[in-house]
Design a protein around this ligand. Structure first.
Ligand code: GLC
Ligand code: CA
Length: 535
């Protein structure tokens, strides 16, 4: 008998360590701060936590610039704090997923320092992408960094190195076996410490092609890769098909070799989830073929408008695409790289959508603070730290707004997050959004998530299929409604800003906001709401 692996339908809670809880008053969250609040996470009803990087890092890109992938940065604690964290999590039946950042190291990594010292043509430089300048002194090609500016930085002896992200994040050369061996070592290092899985950063980026060639439209490509730039869809798609540094076929062989390592930890059910922004969307499924990784993030909902046609299409497509490789989809409404869903679509809308999505088949990711209904923090430019802000001279505001620390308790900012000064200011208005306040309020977003997660476990575990019952695309045309059945539950979302009547069926067990009026055989759904009914 094979039982369903834990991750297949798991709800995974993403913690951005710097912003979760500060245990020592230096203004930054840390590992002991997480450990001391795991009971809160468990009570929420999630199955696992995913920790964004806490490795040794100069922190130029929120820790995604790793200087030593097998140690803890002192700002977060040390390895023994990590062991305590993992023990406590396992005691509470929470699995632990950690980030792995294979596309690049920090320029503070010993390898990069050695490469600078060793000079052109050396084996040390071959671990990265060092190239000579063009005869006219320009960089080897015209690619633009994802954070803005050129993808190349010149070193003293005239060579350039490639960095798809910040100049402090030199890309690694995955054709070099030392790179491969080093990452295998890192995987085993964390697996031996007891982690249950990995979130693979920029999983689609490891292999580059045609490095010595210019792209015909580097600015267009850069805009196409930026979600905050509006662009004609055909044009964007055409450009996305031409990225020479993403989604090259060579990456899959790397994940096949990783899978062998994961599977060698018998009985542990190790999982890995790929961050892979690829086009066309079917390509994402290649990362979760049976001998590769286990999940791939689905980013569609991070940018989706609160619109029934759009949601119907992207949800149907995700389910259909992952079914082609016998995998289940994943869902995320927020993460550390995008605006928070409550700010993006509105408070009631985000509650409705969250409850809707938590009823879908597959696995769901919840970004810490989402369960409180946090909006993006309002920041002054002087507070911003995102390299995307710094590299574009402020043209791109960057991702700091989603990374503001969590409000825990009390009346005044920083609301128990720290006894010192938080690394990003916390809005005084968040006093109504603290864990303390929401815990006691039965109508709070926090208690809505708790209820949804409890009911999901009870009614939806093991139910892989869902059927649309009514949508704007179905025969029964009804505007602003999405309805599906999954197992014993009917999920109905009213996307209109006014109340709408539907046929009563079964018993309502969850409502995202407002209250339901019963009119004979009809239910009147409040504006922007979602209900679960049991039939
Ligand atoms: C991923 C991370 C993001 C980081 C980038 C470079 O997209 O989620 O935060 O800036 O990789 O490592
Ligand atoms: Ca701290």
């Amino acid at each position: 008998m094979t039982s369903t692996p834990w991750w297949k339908e798991a709800v995974i809670y993403q913690i951005y360590p710097r912003s979760f809880f500060d245990s020592n008053g230096d203004g930054e969250g840390d590992l002991p701060g997480i450990t001391s609040h795991l009971d809160y996470v468990q009570k929420l009803g999630v199955d696992a936590i995913w920790l964004s990087p806490f490795y040794t890092s100069p922190n130029k890109d929120g820790g995604y610039d790793v200087a030593n992938p097998r140690d803890v940065d002192p700002r977060f604690g040390n390895l023994s704090d990590f062991e305590t964290l993992i023990d406590r999590a396992h005691e509470l039946s929470l699995r632990v997923v950690v980030d792995i950042v294979p596309n690049h190291f920090s320029d503070r990594h010993a390898w990069f320092q050695a490469a600078l010292a060793a000079g052109p043509g050396s084996p040390e430089r071959n671990r990265f992408h060092f190239y000579d300048a063009n005869p006219d002194g320009t960089p080897p090609n015209n690619w633009i960094s994802l954070f803005g500016g050129p993808s190349w930085t010149q070193v003293e002896d005239g060579q350039y190195y490639l960095h798809l992200f910040d100049s402090s994040q030199p890309d690694l050369n995955w054709e070099n076996n030392e790179v491969r061996d080093d990452f295998e070592k890192t995987l085993r290092f964390w697996l031996d410490l007891g982690v249950d899985g990995f979130r693979v950063d920029v999983a689609h980026g490891l292999v580059k092609e045609n490095i010595r060639e210019n792209h015909p439209d580097p600015q267009g490509l850069s805009d196409a890769l930026r979600l905050d730039v509006d662009m004609d869809i055909e044009k964007r798609n055409a450009l996305l098909m031409s990225v020479p540094f993403f989604d090259r076929q060579g990456v899959h062989e790397i994940y096949r070799s990783w899978r062998k390592i994961f599977d060698s930890y018998i009985g542990r059910e190790i999982m890995a989830v790929a961050e892979a922004w690829v086009h066309p969307p079917i390509n994402a499924t290649l990362y979760v073929r049976p001998d590769e990784l286990h999940q791939v993030f689905n980013f569609d909902l991070l940018t989706a408008p609160f619109d029934e046609d759009f949601l119907f299409d992207v949800i149907s497509r995700s389910i259909a695409l992952t079914a082609t490789v016998k995998a289940l989809p994943t869902w995320a409404l927020s993460n550390h790289d995008s605006p928070r869903v409550a700010s993006r679509i509105g408070d009631a809308q985000s509650r409705a959508l969250a409850v809707f999505v938590l009823a879908l088949p597959g696995s769901a990711y919840v970004f810490a603070g989402q369960e409180l209904g946090l909006p993006d923090g309002k920041l002054r430019d002087a507070d911003r730290q995102d390299p995307a802000f710094l590299r574009t001279n402020g043209e791109v505001k960057g991702r700091d707004g989603a990374r503001v620390p969590l409000p825990w308790s009390g009346e005044q900012s920083p609301f128990g997050f720290t006894t010192g000064t938080p690394w990003l200011p916390i809005d005084p208005l968040w006093k109504s959004l603290t864990v303390e306040v929401e815990d006691l309020d039965p109508q709070s977003t926090l208690n809505l998530y708790r209820q949804a997660l409890t009911l999901r476990k009870i009614h939806l575990t093991g139910v892989e299929q869902m059927q649309w019952l009514q949508s704007s695309n179905s025969e029964v045309k009804s505007a602003n409604l999405l309805i599906f059945q999954r197992g014993p539950l009917q999920i109905t979302m009213n996307l209109a800003e006014h109340a709408q009547e539907i046929e009563a069926k079964g018993q309502v067990i969850l409502i995202s906001s407002g209250s339901l009026e019963v009119h004979g055989e009809k239910w009147l759904l409040p504006p922007y709401s979602c209900i679960w009914s049991l039939n």
